[in-house]
Design a protein. Sequence first.
Length: 420
Amino acid sequence: MKLGQRARSIALAKQLGPGLVTGAADDDPSGIATYSQAGAQFGFGLLWTLVLTYPLMTAVQLVSARIGRVTDAGLARNMAKILPGWIVTGLVALLFIANTINIGADLAAMGEAAQLVLGWGDHVFTAGFAIVSLLLQMFVPYRRYSNILKWLTLVLLAYVALVFMVKVDWAAAGWGMIWPTIAGTTAITTVVAIFGTTISPYLFFWQSSQEVEEVDQDDHKHALNDAPEEAPEEFRRISLDTFTGMAVSNLVALAIMIGTAATLHAAGKTDIQSAADAASALKPVAGQFAFLLFSLGIIGTGLLAIPVLAGSTAYAIGESRGWTTGLEHKPWEAKGFYTVIGVATLLGIGLDWSPIDPIRALFWSAVINGVVAVPIMAVMMIVVSLKSTMGAYTASMPLRFFGWTATAVMAAAAVAMVVV
């Protein structure tokens, strides 16, 4: 690579951060399970859902990033300015429940994947992964930790590689991306699950708060309401980061769905209940290497998603209560913030050891997320349109259109989930 190209690549990589990590964290083990189920049961028939969700999820994440960067305050703190305290408390409490269940399901999937590869110790690995994640969040400085998360996104390449290892009917896959098909109640439920997995409340809180962290860690950055000269460059960075991060998220989801459709669906293996089930079913169909790639991808994406799930919960609770929040603080400087991270992670371990069915728990987590997402997204769209909050940086008309469209789609998905 020439020197000039290398310099441009380094400059591009530096502009990728909160959006890239947020998008990658969207493909957590629970999301992998959903996409695997869709591919195994319906083949290429539901690929169109990921094409549809890309502009919608991008708009929502652009809104959350914009709110954080302009106001230098996280989403929960801005919500508390326009909503009664009891409503914010209720929404945050539901977010805590849903995220904790999700953490438990992700940790269980990681432990199962490790057991599939090594042949022993699923509960031991589950606890080990949780403790490693917790220690990293508590004791690694934010700058170094954010870089760890950024590099962890590379693990998603395992799922892209999987597509090139199996035989794919690309004509059928292309048709599945452009022609919507829904056949039966199960398909409707799966579509709702894909929407709920792709557009999740924890991602809104995480990206907004990470923009605040970026400002707090850089003496040359300020809230855009106070430093309008920084706005053009920062909005370009946010757009590049978010469009890239959401593209990575959906391309990986497409790869998982295409890979499982071309292998498991084609072989008649349609009963997939978890990410570990998908990895196990791949072994006799696609071979040992594909099985290893899929299994290691589950572990890697879990290590990326667990801190985002726990961290977003802590940001939401801490900001709504007026606590000191942020991964740049030491544990003794932000006791409440880190207590929430610790409690959510430890409860996640407890769910793995409990008699609670993780698949059933994950279903109810999706229900809660689907219901909670709608009012949170509506409030986000109100906040980003208020001059009293955003000053000269209210959302543009295209961003408002796609943001409100995403809110309407999620409202329809929540209604469909209840009805189905």
